[in-house]
Design a protein around this ligand. Structure first.
Ligand SMILES: Cc1ncc(COP(=O)(O)O)c(C=O)c1O
Length: 384
């Protein structure tokens, strides 16, 4: 195996895990412990003041009137779809590259996900391809701000308005991402967030939320999360139990206060990595945020044709990487009946994308070292 170039040799005593939240947790430890103890002592564990308080704070953060706390992001996407009127038999436009939860949520709402290819550079749905996928059964466009990068909402909104479709945002990776002054979570008729622990705003367990400007959508999501009930023992539809719990809400309220500086740090890390890669190998096209937007950098994902070899080389030098995601829509066995759908960019991203270590455990110098090692790996694999 070829050794790293001079730019990085001598700095390899460190290992770079993909993500490590210990430092972040340690910084907030006293606040977190106090908030958890407070919930335990109060004795109100389900749908109490912590959930209500977090919902208000998160709605304010997103710039919408309502947030409804849920058990996870998958439920959030499903309930957002159902609450805007997606019903069994409807079709929902989805990107052909995303985490499986996006597509599953459509199925769980009884609808059919219709994949549309994504842009090769951004991995986001291509608005110019949406129109051709619309049929009389189409009810909604489900956009995904993948990796924390906002979709082109101006283009999507124009299509939705003209074709009378609802927009749902899967913002599970996009806490704090913005277009102009508007935060992701405030564009669609409803939006879904995940608070899975590794997310930029993560709980110490599962959690999710729907945000919306529409009080009726919020009310419907509140019913769906609590057995379809409008009042105790009055069940007006088939709901489930998907309530954010008080302890997770208390934890999220503490962390929400720190989200903006955390995102600023992520932006600085991404800038350092992008600059380093572009300086040495501009042909590797590190991800660039679109002007006028704030990429929230949930993930820092690059692409390389020799992905698996590069990944193995990096692992050898202590750099842990992940793949987001290794299979496009048509490659998932549960969806292979629709293999005929053309999404070559999604397939290409699945075969070549590589997410580098990224998060609060890294300093700017770490970010540069990781970027250097990535470039070294690409060079070594090209030579080898
Ligand atoms: C794009 C996307 N959608 C939906 C989800 C589902 O969220 P959760 O894992 O909280 O159910 C995730 C999270 O992993 C995601 O990345």
């Amino acid at each position: 195996m070829a050794a790293p170039l001079a730019s990085t040799s001598g700095r390899l005593s460190r290992r770079f895990p993909f993500l490590d939240l210990h430092g972040q947790t340690a910084e907030l430890r006293d606040e977190l412990d106090a908030s958890i103890r407070h919930v335990i002592d109060r004795g109100h564990y389900i749908l109490g003041p912590e959930v209500a308080g977090f919902e208000q704070a998160f709605a304010d953060y997103c710039g919408v009137g309502h947030a409804v706390g849920l058990n996870c992001g998958l439920d959030a996407v499903e309930f957002a779809l159902r609450a805007v009127g997606v019903s069994p038999g409807d079709e929902v436009i989805v990107p052909a590259m995303t985490f499986i939860a996006t597509w599953l949520a459509v199925d769980r709402a009884g609808a059919v996900p219709i994949p549309v290819d994504v842009d090769l550079g951004t991995a986001l749905i291509r608005p110019d391809l949406i129109e051709a996928a619309i049929t009389p059964a189409t009810r909604a466009i489900l956009v995904v701000h993948l990796y924390g990068r906002p979709c082109d909402m101006t283009a999507v909104e124009e299509i939705a308005r003209r074709r009378n479709l609802k927009i749902v945002e899967d913002a599970a990776q996009a806490h704090g991402a913005m277009i102009g002054e508007t935060r992701c979570g405030a564009f669609g008729h409803a939006a879904a967030f995940s608070f899975y622990p590794g997310k930029t705003l993560g709980a110490f367990g599962d959690g999710g939320a729907v945000t919306t400007r529409d009080p009726e959508v919020a009310e419907r999501v509140r019913r769906l999360r609590n057995y379809g009930s409008v009042a105790k023992y009055q069940h007006v539809e088939f709901g489930v139990n998907s309530r954010l719990d008080e302890i997770q809400a208390a934890i999220l309220s503490v962390k929400l206060k720190h989200l903006e500086p955390w995102i600023s740090h992520r932006i600085a890390l991404a800038d350092a990595m992008r600059r380093r890669i572009a300086d040495r190998r501009p042909d590797l096209a590190p991800p660039e945020p679109a002007s006028g937007t704030r990429h929230a950098w949930h993930l820092f994902t690059v692409r390389t044709d020799r992905r698996d070899a590069v990944r193995a080389w990096l692992a050898e030098y202590g750099v842990e990487t992940l793949i987001h995601y290794p299979h496009a829509f048509a490659e998932q066995p549960i969806y292979d009946a629709r293999q005929s759908i053309q999404a070559p960019n999604a397939a290409r991203i699945a075969a070549t994308s590589l997410s580098l270590p990224f998060g609060p455990h890294l300093s700017l110098q770490d970010a540069e070292t990781i970027a250097d090692l990535f470039v070294d790996a690409v060079i070594a694999m090209a030579d080898g």
